[in-house]
Structure formats: structure tokens, C-alpha cells
Design a protein around this ligand. Structure first.
Ligand code: URP
Ligand code: ZN
Ligand code: ZN
Ligand code: ZN
Length: 516
């Protein structure tokens, strides 16, 4: 169709081999090890009309069924990326991957759903969602939306309810950084946290102190440091830790769950660890760049290399990544995103004379599943079941779409990967499917390979070829009041009870001779 060719063209050079999905309503995945977050076993998986019908060993099916042999391979839920920015207008430009090219890249890397951030238009949520609904029209895989809150008034407060009750959004992101554009005040954060709580929506924060970042940037410019290294130097871990701690404490004060996006430093991670240890409901999301890269490339004399590593919070000094991996393997951090926010080298060059103008963001939507496997499972830090949990299941639970997503169970959507742990992959801008001309993971090799991706029951990636068509992806509505909210009412009750407790106000009574 016309739409298809158009998207194929948008898709760029790598789109030459693109073809429509293999249409088979019935599919049998035979003989693989089926891995869920709770359990793994050798079984066949039978799929019909986009849904998993049966998971059981030795299934017999008719000959109208397409059979995929998965012997010796792992059959896992497709990845869910909780953090992406496709077709986002940001820092004077727009991210290079749109909802088609970014999703095609995702599918080639074994991710079958992502949750993108709707950015309001001049603060308006309704204008924002309309714009993103249009952008997402060409989707070739399932997706959901978070929404950013960038200003506060009665319209925004009212529209948050509309987003939750009518639009299937159950999470709102507050930026404590990007002064002068997306950044909000503590006052707004408090209003937002209260509103999120009453709606059963999850509050998310980009945790860096934007005022201090501004100060740090001025400091670098005054010192004559204008290159990409100035980006890292201007916003050190202490500013991430401060904002993380502040958001955590305000969420505690309001008594509502909090999700900290892109945890990049030991300092921020330790704030999350402390809060969780005290019983607070805080979710920490590391991203692939933070788990596998370090900041050394920001000092590369070649601007085109250094600038591609600019993202916020910055990729940190060696040592942080290892600590974040350990935090992930021990449950201090719960799931992995990418913050896929790709710009090409022409866009990155906007900041050739001034690091403050380099569009912030790195790629990763295609690489996440492979790099997390290589970094966490191949190194012995994590089991295969835990891999499924952090790449898929926990995301589905947090955003309240489990077990429709994030599981290989009868009744779940047929979003499935066949993973060969004995194969390997190489990463390069020459072969990746994103539209960006660079890759922050250029030259890396990883053990393990996503050989087949099945999205909504369709084989969309096989034999290193994509078979996708625009419009085939579905919007996934996410209901409010996820499991993190289950204790909130009771905690409020005990808080109120503690304020009115006779023991507190009747000191005189007890002094009159009451016995404890
Ligand atoms: O540098 C980044 N992270 N760009 C995307 C916007 C954001 O802060 O998530
Ligand atoms: Zn952010
Ligand atoms: Zn982001
Ligand atoms: Zn007394």
C-alpha cells in the first residue's frame, strides 16, 4: 500500500529489505525452553489470532499451522521498554526515530512493546495526546504512553483525570531538570504527586537539580570548557542524588509510589536503596547506557564521537555501571529501560561550539535485550528467569498490564522471542535498524541472539529480516492503581490515626494515674 511504501522510505537505507508481515493466524513454537519470570520449562507454545492459547509439552497441531523449531533455544516474553522518546520535539529538533523506525528497530532486537512519553503542547495534555496519537498512527508494534507534566493549573489537573480515565495513561513524568523548558518547581511536584495519588497514577521523575545544573553549565562556560566533556562536568552525581532524594522524600510526605527514571549514578541508586529499605514504594529504572558505558568517550577529541554520548543524567565515570548492575541483580533496581532518544550526527552538531546545545539522548531500543543479556546473564549476575523479569514482566506489572503482557501464559498476547544463547550479535550503525547514523554501542559484540520476534502473533523478525507494516501496532491502555498502590490507603489510615492517637494528646490523663 501507499502507506507502507511511505514508511519504508522513511525507514531509510536499511529499509530496502523490508516486507509485509508473514500472515499466519496459527503458530506453533516447538521444543524450546519457555521462560517466565517465575518459572522455566521445556514446552511448546501454540498461538492463534495474536493470543497464546496453550503452553504444554508435545502439542499436536494440524498442518495449517506454521511451525517454528525452538529446540535448544529460549522462548521468552518479548521485551517491554518502559522508556523511549520516538518523534519527540526536543532541544530545537526532533528525535530521528519515529514510531515506525524506532519500533522496527525494537522488533529486530526482541522488544515487542514500548512506553513513550507524551510531551504536552504548551502545557496542554489534550493537545499533547492528540499530537502523539497522530505520531503513533504508523506503529508496527504495541505501545503505551506516559505523560509529562510541564505546568500546573486547573486544566492540567482536570486533564490528568481524563488521561487516566479515558486515555489509558497511568503514569506522569515530572522533570526536575531542563530549566527553562520542561523543568517544574517543587510546588508543582507536590501538586502533581497529590493528583497522581488520588488518580492511582504512578509519578515518575527525571531527577537532577535543574537550577544547579544551570549553575554548573555557567561554571563550565566561564572556564572555557565548551566541548561534550562539559556536559558531564556540569551535572555531577551529587545533583542527581539531591533530586532523587528530594523526590523520594516528597513522595513519602504525600505517601504515593514513585518511579525514578534513568538512574545513572551510585549516588542516586543509594538514595533509592535507602528508601526501599525503610519500606517506601520506590521503583528504580536503570537504562542500558548507564549499565554498560562509561563517560570516557565524552573526552574524545573527535566531536562526532564525543557528542553521541551526551544524555541526561550523564553517563558516569567507570565504576557506576558495575554498581548499577549489582543493584539490578539484587533487586534494589527493578527493570531496565533505554531512554532511546536518538539524534543523528547533524543534529548532535548543533552543539559543536557549546555542549549546552547538543541534543541530549542516546540510542538503545534495538540493543537493550542483547546488551542486558550479555551484561547480566552471561556474566553470571542474573538468572534467565530474572532476565525476563527485568526486561519484560516487571514493566508489565508496574504499568498494570500483566499478564496480558510480560508472560508466556495461555491468554497472554503473543509477543514472543526465540533466543539462541549459543549465537552472538555484533552492533554497528551499518547494520542497525534505527535511522540514526551513529551507535553508542558501535563495535560491541554480545553473546546470545534474538533469532525470531513474534509480535501480536505475527512473525516480524526472522532470518535477520524485518517483516513489518505500519499501522499493525496497537495502543495498549494501562489502568490505574497498580500493585504499588495496594497499601497506600492503609498507610494513610495509620498516619491519620497516629495524629489523633489518645496516647499523644492525653499526656495529662495518663499522668492522672492511668496504667499503660
Ligand atoms: O538525555 C535524555 N535523557 N534525553 C531524553 C529526555 C529525558 O530526559 O528523558
Ligand atoms: Zn529524563
Ligand atoms: Zn527519557
Ligand atoms: Zn504519667
Amino acid at each position: 500500500s501507499n502507506d507502507f511504501c511511505e514508511a519504508g522510505a522513511l525507514y531509510g537505507a536499511a529499509g530496502c529489505g523490508i516486507s509485509p508481515p508473514l500472515s499466519s493466524a496459527k503458530l506453533l513454537i516447538k521444543g524450546g525452553t519457555v521462560v517466565n519470570a517465575h518459572h522455566q520449562e521445556v514446552a511448546d507454545v501454540y498461538v492463534q489470532d495474536g493470543v497464546i492459547v496453550t503452553v504444554r509439552p508435545n502439542l499436536k497441531v494440524g498442518d495449517d499451522v506454521q511451525v517454528l523449531d525452538a529446540t535448544g533455544k529460549l522462548v521468552m516474553p518479548g521485551g517491554i521498554d518502559p522508556h523511549t522518546h520516538l518523534a519527540m520535539e526536543f532541544m530545537g529538533t526532533e528525535t530521528i526515530d519515529d514510531f515506525f523506525s524506532g519500533q522496527a528497530a525494537a522488533l529486530a532486537g526482541g522488544t515487542t512493546m514500548h512506553i513513550d512519553f507524551v510531551i504536552p503542547v504548551n502545557g496542554s495534555l489534550t493537545a499533547g495526546i492528540e499530537a502523539y496519537e497522530r505520531k503513533a498512527h504508523k506503529s508496527c508494534m504495541d505501545y503505551g504512553f506516559h505523560m509529562a507534566i510541564t505546568k500546573w493549573d486547573e486544566d492540567v489537573s482536570r486533564d490528568m483525570e481524563i488521561m487516566v480515565k479515558e486515555k489509558g495513561i497511568n503514569s506522569f513524568k515530572f522533570f526536575l531538570a531542563y530549566k527553562g523548558s520542561l523543568m517544574i518547581s517543587d510546588e508543582l511536584l507536590l501538586d502533581g504527586l497529590k493528583r497522581c495519588k488520588s488518580l492511582g497514577a504512578l509519578a515518575m521523575v527525571h531527577a537532577e537539580n535543574g537550577d544547579a545544573v544551570f549553575e554548573g553549565q555557567n561554571r563550565m562556560i566561564e572556564l572555557g570548557i565548551t566541548g561534550p566533556e562539559g556536559h558531564a562536568l556540569s551535572r555531577p552525581p551529587v545533583l542527581e542524588a539531591e533530586a532523587t532524594a528530594r523526590a523520594i522524600r516528597l513522595a513519602s510526605f504525600v505517601n504515593t509510589p514513585l518511579y525514578v527514571v534513568h538512574v545513572m549514578s551510585i549516588d542516586a541508586m543509594e538514595e533509592i536503596a535507602k528508601a526501599r529499605k525503610s519500606g517506601q514504594k520506590v521503583v528504580g529504572e536503570p537504562v542500558v547506557s548507564g549499565l554498560v558505558l562509561d563517560d570516557s568517550k565524552l573526552w574524545d577529541p573527535d566531536f562526532s564521537i564525543a557528542s553521541k554520548y551526551v544524555m541526561s543524567p550523564p553517563i558516569r565515570a567507570p565504576g557506576h555501571a558495575k554498581a548499577l548492575q549489582a543493584a539490578l541483580s539484587t533487586g534494589i533496581l527493578q527493570l531496565v529501560g533505554t531512554d532511546h532518544c536518538a539524534f543523528n550526527s547533524t543534529q548532535k552538531a548543533f552543539g559543536i561550539d557549546d555542549f549546552r546545545k547538543i541534543p541530549n539522548g542516546v540510542n538503545g531500543i534495538e540493543e537493550r535485550m542483547h546488551l542486558v543479556w550479555d551484561t547480566m546473564v552471561e556474566t553470571g549476575q542474573m538468572s534467565v528467569t530474572d532476565y525476563v523479569r527485568i526486561t519484560s514482566t516487571e514493566c508489565a506489572r508496574i504499568f498494570n498490564i500483566y499478564p496480558r503482557k510480560g508472560a508466556i501464559l495461555a491468554g497472554s498476547d503473543a509477543d514472543i522471542i526465540i533466543f539462541n544463547p549459543n549465537s552472538s550479535v555484533g552492533i554497528s550503525a551499518r547494520s542497525h535498524h534505527s535511522r540514526t547514523d551513529t551507535n553508542v554501542y558501535e563495535g560491541r559484540r554480545g553473546k546470545g541472539k534474538v533469532e525470531v520476534t513474534i509480535a501480536g502473533g505475527r512473525v516480524v523478525w526472522i532470518n535477520d529480516e524485518l517483516k513489518v507494516s505500519p499501522g499493525s501496532g496497537k495502543y495498549v491502555e494501562m489502568p490505574p492503581f497498580n500493585y504499588l498502590f495496594s497499601g497506600v490507603d492503609k498507610a494513610d489510615d495509620s498516619y491519620l490515626a497516629s495524629l489523633n492517637a489518645p496516647v499523644k494528646r492525653s499526656k495529662s490523663t495518663r499522668c492522672r494515674g492511668e496504667v499503660d
